[in-house]
Design a protein around this ligand. Sequence first.
Ligand code: DAH
Length: 354
Amino acid sequence: MVSEKLSALKDEMLKAVEAASSLADLEAAEIRFLGRKGELTAVLRSLGDLPESERRELGRMANEVKMEGERRIAAARERLSASAASSVADSERVDVTEPGTRPPEGHLHLVTHAIREITAIFERIGFVRTREPEVEWDWYAFESLNMPPDHPARDEWETFFMDAPVHPKWGKMILTPHATSGTARILASEKPPIRAINIAKTYRRQIDVTHVPMFHQFDGVYVDKDVSLAHLIGVLDYFAKEYFGPERRARLRPHHFRFTEPSFEFDISCGVCNGTGLGPDRQKCRTCKRGWLELGGAGMLHPNVLKAAGLDPKKFSGLAFGWGVERSAVMKSGVQLDDLRVLYKNDMRFLGQF
Ligand code: DAH
């Protein structure tokens, strides 16, 4: 009886081992038959109750069944773990010839781009880029630039004043509202011939769709003997062509600045209507309305400015020009920005387009 039970158990056990399709199945079969409370283990234990004569023969049989089971389990384990390993190898295989995933590529901010491009353009005609203080004294930003004490830019509404003691010689400490303060410093510290361009952050108490309180300006200056208005027109026309394209032209319109005489506003011909002011439908050009786009200020340095810098206006003359980097960059990109503030909102959906 016991021997029949043993051979039935053996069949069952071998079937379960062969049927196991995973290491977990196999483990379950092993526990079921050979574990501490397993079915075969129970039979082996019960042998002790049999008479001596039967015990020997059945004991040998039971041991054989047990060993057979262990052998088959070991073989099945080898087979199953090899196939488990090969399926891991399949699912985790790396094809090194496959193209990789491109990491997102960054690029410079469009204002930084514009600063570099403007610098390179002026360097080609001998202007050296300088960096001047952006926290500045009234003397350099206003007083030495021939601005009277009651000039509107000097009052609270446009200029940021620092909470610092007034300097007996240089006056109040401010955040510079225009890059021309850097030009005043260059004039005071260098000897002609001077050809320099200061590009700096500038600050004004204005914020709306066309103004940000921190923006960038560049301010160029050329001082030597016999520098004339012809040079100024030449420099500006060169810039218009280099920065905006070879078909663009520069135009000067009389204006007023305290630190230049004569003073001008500098326009460039509109790239859409090519300076005609007319759209394809013979109506007014929708971009410029009159053929020209206003860009910045320019002029011949006022004698008082040269004097304030210790230069003799009878010996030397100079030209100067300056305007906003953001304005230039936006005009060049051809994008109609209805809110200039997006430039500084760090929104990748906007910045990523440039
Ligand atoms: N600094 C002036 C401004 O911010 C612009 C300007 C006008 C600069 C004439 C110049 C210049 O160098 O000659 O409005």
